[in-house]
Design a protein around this ligand. Structure first.
Ligand SMILES: CCCCCCCCCCCCCCCC(=O)N[C@@H](Cc1ccccc1)C(=O)O
Ligand SMILES: [Zn+2]
Ligand SMILES: [Zn+2]
Length: 446
């Protein structure tokens, strides 16, 4: 089937029953990838993988597809099936990593395998970077791959990584699914708060122990949410793009945020997921203290995981935290910290963003709205800002609030159909990256 102008034929993303069975069962290697001459495979940092897929047209700037193989722990408690069983039942594949992010790793390799079996030869080169330590911030995987590519003088047209989804049921009154392509991601701080005091016999305790002092400080933090930054970040654009999807009068409200902004920001902070879009969040994730039941505790320690809103910086947030704690007995230790990521372009000339739009419209015709947004979590892609300014965090998978709760939670699962569609999306995306037509400037741009 000609695609016009003598371009290579477009390979339809139809897979036969055998291929679909193999896709689902494909826990073996992908033989065609590893024997293809124009594909180079390297192991980086002992467990990460970098594939270089050489295209036939070196004039086209390469891009990168990313995923990670590692997962957070999953104790058996609460899981319908053992979290590392990979059991399939009721049309779902169950297990830790099925949404974050083994699905993407397997789908990228599976799509490439299926293309190669059909004698596909890419025009535009691309990299596949599969990190092994994303969940512990990617220092030995993504960071090393980034340094290696930089040393080779590589510049990327864009990157696609995990980080957002086709969202369904997250926003009150919005009944339709929409695709949020994260063009930035929040910053992060892992902060240790510590109180030291002279140990002693618990039979004659001081007025406050180290545990009591720290607990009071943590309580003040939990009772004092950081400022609502609604209106100073990409969210306003996202909601304005979504306005048409809402019923009356919500659509009027969203078209007039100059007037209704305060109302909308209050509504968004009521829900713990949308609240993460309007402010810097604080989560007390670890608390260690005490040595014996009859000893005044010499030290109490707490770890707070903060995710910084795009309109704030690490320094500003640390100042705010210290002012809320307001107790000199509490010591602060910054364990890791990084500012919010720069906002990637999403205009008509943004190749990566437009390719995602084009492929979403083709694979998910029922999704009417595609909007830029932010990723509330953090991803390995933040290690690649030296290679491109166009980083997009988006996996072509429907996500419902209960699915979000399973990410790093319990009963993480993906439907076989959703996984097949993710393979189909990447299968099309790679080809679209070859034949993408620069957008015809609208009349008013001429
Ligand atoms: C309008 C409603 C919006 C709802 C948004 C729902 C989207 C859910 C996205 C969830 C995040 C997915 C990607 C997170 C990846 C992840 O788990 N990263 C981890 C690991 C990490 C920590 C520090 C530095 C880098 C990496 C993390 O964020 O903790
Ligand atoms: Zn992840
Ligand atoms: Zn994760």
């Amino acid at each position: 089937m000609s695609t016009g102008k003598g371009r290579e034929r477009h390979i339809p993303s139809q897979f036969n029953q055998g291929e679909r069975f193999a896709m689902k069962e494909a826990l073996k290697v992908f033989p065609t990838i590893f024997k293809t001459r124009f594909i180079q495979h390297e192991v980086i940092g002992e467990y990460s993988h970098l594939f270089t897929v050489q295209g036939s047209d070196p004039s086209l700037q390469p891009y990168m597809l990313m995923a990670h193989s590692d997962v957070v722990p999953a104790p058996d408690e609460g899981w319908e099936v053992p979290p590392f069983s990979g059991l399939e039942h009721d049309g779902f594949i169950h297990g830790r990593g099925t949404l974050d992010n083994k699905n993407s790793l397997m789908a990228i390799l599976q799509a490439l395998e299926l293309l190669l079996i059909r004698n596909y030869i890419p025009r535009r080169s691309f990299f596949i970077a599969l990190g092994h330590d994303e969940e512990v911030s990617g220092q030995n995987g993504a960071q090393k791959i980034s340094a290696l590519l930089q040393a080779r003088g590589v510049k990327l047209a864009f990157i696609v990584d995990e980080g957002n989804f086709i969202l369904d049921g997250f926003i009150p009154y919005l009944k339709k699914p929409f695709a949020m392509i994260a063009v930035s991601e929040k910053g992060g701080i892992n902060l240790r708060l510590q109180v030291n005091m002279t140990p002693g016999h618990s039979s004659a305790p001081p007025k406050e122990t180290s545990i009591g002092i720290l607990a009071a400080a943590i309580s003040r933090l939990e009772q004092t949410p950081l400022p609502n930054m609604f209106g100073s970040g990409p969210l306003k654009t996202t909601l304005q793009e979504l306005a048409n999807e809402f019923p009356f009068p919500a659509n009027i409200v969203l078209r007039n945020l100059w007037l209704f902004g305060p109302l909308v920001s209050r509504l968004m902070e009521r829900n713990y997921i949308t609240n993460a879009l309007v402010r810097t969040t604080m989560a007390l994730t670890m608390f260690n203290a005490g040595v014996k039941m009859n000893v005044i505790p010499p030290m109490a320690q707490a770890i707070i995981n903060l995710r910084i809103h795009p309109a704030q910086t690490v320094q500003e947030v640390l100042e705010l935290i210290k002012n809320i704690v307001a107790d000199d007995r509490v010591q602060f230790h910054v364990l890791t910290a990084f500012d919010p990521l720069p906002v990637s372009p999403s205009d008509h000339q943004a190749l990566g963003y437009q390719l995602l739009r084009q492929t979403i419209q083709s694979i998910f015709p029922e999704v009417n709205t595609i909007a830029p947004g932010i990723c509330i979590g953090n991803t390995d892609s933040r290690h690649y800002t030296n290679l491109t300014t166009s980083i997009y965090r988006f996996n072509p998978v429907y996500l419902h609030p209960q699915d979000f709760r399973s990410i790093h939670g319990i009963n993480e699962k993906i439907s076989v159909q959703a996984y097949e569609t993710q393979v189909k999306f990447i299968f099309e995306f790679i080809q679209n990256a070859d034949t993408y037509q620069e957008p015809i400037p609208h009349l008013h741009e001429l």
